[in-house]
Write a protein that binds this ligand. Structure first.
Ligand code: M6R
Length: 616
């Protein structure tokens, strides 16, 4: 949440910063603001609403030229999305400008202290206290902004990335991080920092991962990193393995459409290099210790939103292949309920961004209990993989649209690989059984491609149903988390009531929601898999149809038995049961995207949301 960009170098800072903010706007779009230093003056422009509003302001009231600047795009926590609460915040003496991502939990106490000292606070944000505190510390430490930052950080509680400019030191940007993302881009005669490499990847692919509680000091030619006590620390360099074009729309109207279309490639990339020529799973890159995998007695998945749905899908597969119990827990609940985890548990944290605070906190709790931890993550160098014992990257490429699409499919692939690897290491499946599943996985990129070729019908349906007030989704077995995912997509994009249910549960209450004409989307299990599941879902369809529901069946090619029971059928390729989520989710993504478009919503940046949720 909140996007942060900083630049110091030879270029016009404003251009670099605004371009960076454009790439980070997915992180929050309640307001945007920039600050530059010019001729000993801090110049700030900020505006509520999307970045376009700020750009309009910059057109009407341009900033002077400067080679040092910072920028911020906000997802509001403390204080509404107003011009006043927009970042940067400036100290009373106009010497220091600060931008911030996270929550300063002891801000009320610090604010009272500042007020008692006669400081006038002008916004409702927690951030503003940091600007005033820095301004008070800087003279005490003879203008040493990095030291002032360290002294302030030692007093802050909560999660924060803070970035500061000092009008007296025009070639300097100082930043600090605790529990909030921050990466450094290393250039030649210029340096960058940002919440996400996307902000600077068009300038450099050389980056540095920062650790917890560190302060980084950027000048055009130098980068130094210390801890909050001022001790130098080692930072890990890495190279961004995608280029700027991967974070562009590439001819699509929406990032979401592009990311849906990228799914065959994303699935292929998630599998690449992980299956040996002799059909064994090789996950050497993960540092998963085989003796640990042999000793664990259960698996616990912690994740949020779409990632949790991927975990729920994986539960069916991992339990089936390994006979190990798999619990899937919403990360936001995990550490608050005294969960039973310990050295015999493998805790898998699934996260696209690798920065989700709920998941990070759950991961830390699991580690404290002695659990072995594995991250399934898309963002290289992010906090969750860094803090896990092992990591399996999904390699889906940057996902910019707030609604997760390719991340979901690749999270399932990665979790399946972990499940098969567990079975392989523990000797629980015959080699030919593993090989059969690997062959099925191998076919998935082309199967997903086939789904993408046939989405026109689902688009038409979305447009026809755009005025519905509610849509229900039903599934059984792996179709249940798919139903949840379809409902989540519709809620977040079309802003409508949508619920996913296990089809068998409907009669225990939710069936009361059915009235004449309510669209019910049913993920129909394959009749070739466990036929009983197909038969049962047909009964469930009958139950809702008898009460007036409009039934849309997501059914495999060749399932003619479903035809008499559905008002509409959306066909997906016939695949084995455990592979079905990889094909049946895609029409639901398309449905939500099209319906939101028909309603005139901003699909890539739905209201109230942010891509990376870095607050609890
Ligand atoms: O980055 P993460 O995978 O940890 O994010 C978890 C959820 O916030 C995320 O999946 C969210 O539910 C998506 N916007 C859903 O489309």
């Amino acid at each position: 949440m909140c996007g942060i960009v900083g630049y110091v170098g030879q270029k016009q800072a404003l251009e670099v910063v605004v371009a960076g903010l454009r790439r980070l706007e997915y992180r929050g779009y309640d307001s945007a603001g920039v600050a530059v230093i010019s001729e000993g003056v801090l110049e700030v422009r900020k505006r509520a609403g999307k970045l376009a509003n700020l750009e309009e302001l910059l057109g009407a009231d341009p900033l002077p030229q400067s080679t040092t600047g910072i920028g911020h795009t906000r997802w509001a926590t403390h204080g509404g999305p107003t011009d006043h609460n927009a970042h940067p915040h400036v100290s009373e003496d106009t010497r220091i400008a600060v931008i911030h991502n996270g929550i300063i939990e002891n801000f009320a106490e610090l604010r009272d202290e500042l007020r008692a000292a006669g400081v006038q606070l002008t916004s409702e944000t927690d951030t503003e206290v940091a600007a005033h505190m820095l301004a008070r510390e800087v003279p005490i430490v003879d203008g040493d902004l990095p030291e002032a930052m360290r002294r302030v950080c030692r007093r802050l509680e909560g999660a924060f990335t803070l970035v500061a400019l000092d009008r007296e030191q025009p070639d300097l940007v100082v930043a600090a991080r605790r529990n909030s993302p921050l990466v450094v881009g290393v250039g030649e005669g210029e340096n960058f920092l940002a919440s996400d490499v996307a902000a600077f990847v068009e300038h450099t692919r050389h980056a540095l991962e920062l650790g917890q509680d560190q302060v980084v000091v950027l000048t055009p030619d130098d980068i130094t990193v210390t801890d909050f006590a001022g001790e130098p620390v080692e930072v890990r360099p890495f190279t961004v393995d995608w280029d700027a074009s991967a974070a562009e729309k590439g001819g699509y109207d929406l990032f979401m459409l592009k990311e849906i279309a990228e799914q065959p490639k994303a699935v292929a990339d998630a599998l690449r290099g992980r299956i040996s020529k002799d059909h064994r799973i090789q996950l050497d890159e993960t540092d998963l210790d085989e003796s640990v995998l042999r000793s664990i007695t259960k698996v616990v998945v912690i994740a949020c939103g779409t990632a949790a749905h991927a975990g729920m899908v994986a539960k069916y597969a991992i339990e089936h292949w390994t006979r190990l119990p798999v619990e899937v827990e919403l990360a936001s609940e995990f550490r608050y309920r005294d969960p039973i985890v310990g050295p015999d548990s493998l805790v898998i944290a699934i996260s696209q961004s690798g920065e989700t605070m709920d998941t990070l906190m759950a991961l830390r709790h699991a580690k404290e209990q002695g659990a072995r931890t594995l991250a399934i993550c898309n963002t290289v160098g992010s906090t969750i993989p860094r803090e896990s014992d092992a990591v399996l990257y999904t390699y889906a490429g940057p996902e910019i649209a707030v609604a997760s699409t390719k991340a979901f499919l690749t999270q399932i692939i990665a979790a399946y690989l972990v499940g098969l690897y567990l079975a392989q290491v523990r000797g629980l499946m015959f080699e030919d059984e593993i090989r059969a599943v690997l062959d099925e996985l191998d076919e998935m990129p082309s199967k997903v491609d086939l789904v993408l070729d046939t989405t026109e019908h689902v688009r038409e349906l979305a447009r026809e149903l755009a005025d519905s007030t509610s849509v229900l989704f039903l599934g059984r077995h792996v179709g249940f988390p798919v139903a949840l995912e379809g409902a989540l997509k519709l809620k977040e994009l079309a802003y409508m009531h949508a619920e996913g249910f296990p089809a068998g549960e409907l009669k225990h209450g939710p069936i009361a929601l059915i009235e004449e004409g309510v669209p019910v989307i049913v993920i129909v299990p394959s009749p070739r898999g466990r036929a009983v599941l197909h038969d049962k879902i047909v009964s469930n369809i009958q139950e809702v149809r008898a009460r007036g529901a409009l039934v849309i069946a997501i059914a495999e090619e060749g399932d003619e038995a479903i035809a008499p029971f559905a008002d509409h059928i959306v066909r997906v390729p016939a695949v084995p049961t455990l592979m079905q989520p990889l094909v049946s989710t895609v029409p639901l993504q398309v449905f939500a995207c099209e319906m939101a478009t028909a309603k005139g919503h901003d699909v890539d940046q739905p209201r109230n949301l942010a891509k990376s949720v870095t607050v609890e």
